[in-house]
Design a protein around this ligand. Structure first.
Ligand SMILES: Nc1ncnc2c1ncn2[C@@H]1O[C@H](COP(=O)(O)OP(=O)(O)OP(=O)(O)O)[C@@H](O)[C@H]1O
Length: 245
């Protein structure tokens, strides 16, 4: 396993990916490289293919054509079982709904991906993550006792516990108020800066996107440019040229 604070040079790449749902062309040939220690946001009008791109890149869905690379592995070559194993061990997920298990404690929720993979948590790494996300006093609590922001902190810790090559976040602040949402984004940013974590986040919110190093825009299933070191006004201005969002 990689060491804490690693410089991650592993490839995470989407190459010429298309995805058709019947006659709907959700993705029409998307190329995207996700650099190690980089935070990328994906934005675009409703129906532009953001979730489809995230699902294909994360191995939750298979492209109609094109490839998704994780290191030297082309995900298309993997069986369903191998893909499930890869998702469990190499990829972290954060969703709008926190998807915590109510009967488990915070600590058990965080370490669940490892237990599912038949592995034990590295105590130093667990302690590091728990401190970083600010949950050290709550490890024995159950999710129902936590606020929405705290539940998302648990979900972030759970996403990081396997030291994944990449974390995919789908509207991670969608269910949170502005201030709590900011705290969650600040935390994601810190994970990128501190641990060299690689993050891809889909969002509708220009302010959320401005926490990323770059924003890539999708329109009608194709990339429609990107902004580096984005600020919210630039992002919003670019979005208005792409259609309703
Ligand atoms: N499972 C599916 N079956 C059929 N069509 C689908 C399916 N998933 C997505 N689509 C279609 O593919 C296109 C892209 O959808 P996608 O959800 O990726 O867009 P999005 O940019 O994430 O939209 P939103 O911002 O509204 O969440 C849309 O036309 C959508 O209706």
């Amino acid at each position: 396993m990689d060491t804490i604070g690693r410089t991650d040079t592993e490839v995470v790449r989407v190459e010429a990916v298309t995805k058709d749902y019947g006659t709907v062309k959700a993705l029409r040939g998307v190329d995207l490289d996700l650099p190690g220690g980089g935070f990328t946001a994906v934005m675009g009008p409703s129906g532009s293919g953001k979730s489809t791109l995230l699902h294909c890149a994360a191995g939750l869905d298979r492209p109609s054509s094109g490839s998704v690379w994780l290191g030297a592995t082309d995900l298309a070559t993997l069986s369903e079982t191998a893909l499930t194993e890869l998702r469990r061990t190499r990829i972290g997920f954060i969703f709008q709904a926190y998807n915590l298990i109510g009967s488990l404690t915070v600590e058990q929720n965080i370490t669940l991906p490892l237990r599912l993979a038949g592995a034990r948590a590295d105590p130093d790494w667990l302690a590091e993550i728990v401190t970083q996300v600010g949950l050290d006093q709550r490890l024995t609590h159950r999710p129902a006792r936590l606020s929405g922001g705290q539940q998302q902190q648990v979900a972030i810790a759970r996403a990081l516990i396997t030291r994944p090559a990449v974390v995919f976040a789908d509207e991670p602040t969608g269910a949170l108020d502005t201030r709590t949402g900011q705290q969650v984004l600040e935390l994601l940013r810190r994970m990128v800066d501190t641990f060299g974590q690689r993050v891809l986040m889909v969002t509708h919110d220009p302010v959320a996107a401005s926490w990323a190093d770059r924003v890539v825009f999708l329109a009608d299933g194709k990339l429609a440019g990107e902004l580096r070191r984005p600020d919210p006004e630039q992002v919003a201005a670019r979005l208005t040229t792409l259609g309703e969002w």
